[in-house]
Design a protein around this ligand. Structure first.
Ligand code: B12
Ligand code: SF4
Length: 489
């Protein structure tokens, strides 16, 4: 059986740094490895680099097509992709999966999609392929929303969460032809590596803990060491919460050192309270790369702001965690959430916090109720009808307390206080001096693009253009109900 796995272009990336972080579709590579081991022929098409759904379908002649949907902002794009596959290959079975599809499948339930995967894909896609191949009933395949003659039905869940050791290594060879395109800002090519999946915390804006019931699974040390050793020089670690298990993290650092792993760059994501408890871990990991960056969910500049987000951590931990990590020589990046319900004083509080603690490398996104989160359930009735592509954390989904114009004036002023403002502390010339001559055109493009995040007019124009716009495929929300909430919550 021929199987085509597609990573569509996300579509909505006018604002934010998405285009400068194009990483490999690791989930599809793990599914690809599971399918190859069962003897299926697998192709991965990354449409962000080589568009043309129809051409990929004609060339690979698939009986089963899997489409990846990691972000809610991509729902419309995924439906369009499915429609194109259906047009070219009416008999192929069209399956959608990925984080957003599993966390909140409702917007994907349309005639061009045959099934949606409600869990990890390694076991589910393999069982689906086998059922299709052997003509077995699809209702026996676990963890699916399945389109039937009687409407959409849910099949029983997997007996247990998939062990990450079931498929120890991803089939990276399936994206070898795209490798040179994968990058994170100036690091190119970049490899995405996963050592663990899930998170035990409960932040109200996050859908990860909801989907995985606050569980955290780990890959075996041997598989992770092999993956690190055979991957390239620049590594983005996909784990939701790096260093979560101290004993295992120390063991992993020692095993990587023993294998002689040393990278040009590593990026991991974690929490500030964890850093406060992890001095020994930070010391053990730092020698593994020349540059080592940590991305932190900084979220808010006050204790009450963090409490409101159910972060279960305070600003004292933010300050201490950042201090400890810097002391060990890590680069600190992060993100703050800007709430549409803020008054002027919360903006000033944030600006003072950034200046006081030297956090100009952080970014700022609008607090957005992503489907599959607690926050979404709390504010669903406030969300105006609009396309899902607006759920990119750079759009306002309802009228902010300060009014739209004033909100965007202060939001863009916040970005002007970041390191990306070329009229601020770090000029265009300073940036150019830091990079190799061959990298100048790229960094100029990044900076040119990010300057629009400092202009209220850019956001106001976008707000006017997308407000109330209904997506052509009818996938836009019209005050989504709690009834559409995710099956795992
Ligand atoms: C890497 C990553 C990115 C990368 C790019 C990802 C990509 N390839 O396009 C970058 C850095 C660009 C990115 C950007 C953003 N991201 Co992101 N990202 C992730 C992250 C950390 C890891 C994903 C990953 O590769 N995991 C490892 C692989 C092995 O797992 P997987 O992808 O989940 O795949 C498994 C299953 O999902 C399933 N599966 C996957 N694909 C398919 C397909 C089929 C057919 C089937 C059946 C199954 C299936 O099987 C796989 C194997 O088990 C996730 C966190 C997470 N837990 O998902 C957030 C996450 C997906 N991102 C998120 C968000 C919010 C964003 C941003 C909006 C953030 C921002 N501040 O701007 C932007 C959007 C950018 C844009 N405009 O497109 C949220 C999405 C929430 C939501 N409900 O929409 C997540 C969940 C993080 C979080 N804590 O909330 N992201
Ligand atoms: S935001 Fe981070 S710490 Fe909070 S629940 Fe999600 S993954 Fe865990």
């Amino acid at each position: 059986m021929n199987i085509l796995l597609i990573r569509p272009h996300p579509g909505s990336d006018k604002f934010g740094l998405g285009p400068f972080f194009r990483v490999e579709p690791l989930g599809l590579e793990y599914i690809g490895a599971a399918l190859l081991s069962k003897g299926y022929r697998v192709t991965i098409a990354d449409l962000r680099f080589r568009p043309g759904t129809a051409a990929w379908v004609r060339r690979s002649r698939p009986q089963l097509v899997g489409i990846s949907c990691p972000h809610a902002l991509e729902y419309e794009r995924i439906r369009e992709t499915a429609r194109e596959v259906r047009r070219v290959s009416p008999d192929a079975f069209i399956h959608v999966g990925g984080h957003a599809a599993a966390a909140f499948p409702g917007p994907l339930e349309c005639d061009d999609i045959d099934a949606i995967c409600l869990d990890d894909g390694e076991e589910v896609v393999a069982q689906l392929a086998e059922a299709l191949d052997k003509g077995r009933p699809l209702v026996d395949v676990p963890a699916l929303r399945l389109r039937t003659r009687d409407g959409w039905v849910t099949t029983p869940p997997l007996a247990e969460r998939t062990s990450l050791d079931l498929v120890p290594l991803p089939a990276r060879e399936l994206v070898a032809h795209h490798r040179s395109g994968y990058h994170c800002l100036l690091f190119k090519p970049v490899w995405l590596v996963e050592t663990a999946r899930g998170c035990p915390h409960r932040c109200s804006f996050c859908s990860v803990w909801q989907l995985y019931d606050r569980s955290c699974r780990e890959r075996s040390i041997g598989a992770v060491v092999e993956d690190f050793a055979t991957a390239g020089d620049a590594i983005f670690v996909a784990d939701d919460l790096f260093w979560h298990n101290p004993a295992r993290s120390l063991e992993l650092a020692a095993a990587l050192k023993k294998r002689g792993v040393f990278k040009r760059w590593i990026l991991v994501q974690t929490r500030t309270d964890l850093l406060c408890r992890s001095s020994e871990l930070l010391a053990a990991w730092r020698p593994l790369a020349k540059d080592f960056d940590i991305f932190l969910g900084l979220e808010a500049a006050s204790d009450h702001g963090l409490t409101d987000l159910a972060k279960d951590s305070g600003v004292a931990e933010t300050i201490e965690g950042v201090r400890i990590a810097r002391e060990h020589g890590y680069g600190i990046n992060g993100n703050f959430l800007i709430d549409p319900d803020w008054t002027e004083s919360e903006f000033h509080e944030l600006w003072e916090f950034i200046a006081c603690h030297g956090l100009q490398r952080a970014g700022f996104t609008i607090r957005t109720p992503l489907p599959g989160t607690e926050y979404y359930n709390q504010v669903a009735s406030r969300i105006a009808p609009q396309p899902w592509s607006n759920f990119d954390m750079h759009h306002l989904l309802w009228e902010p307390r300060l009014g739209v114009r004033r909100f965007f004036e202060l939001y863009t002023e916040t970005w002007r206080r970041s390191i990306l403002n070329t009229s601020g502390e770090k000029s265009m010339l300073d940036w150019m001096r830091q990079v190799r001559p061959s990298q100048i055109p790229y960094i100029a493009r990044v900076l040119w693009r990010t300057q629009q995040m400092m202009k209220p007019s850019a956001y106001l124009e976008e707000y006017e253009a997308t407000r109330g716009a209904v997506a052509p495929c009818g996938a836009s929300i019209s005050v989504p109900g709690i009834a559409e909430s995710p099956p795992h919550s």
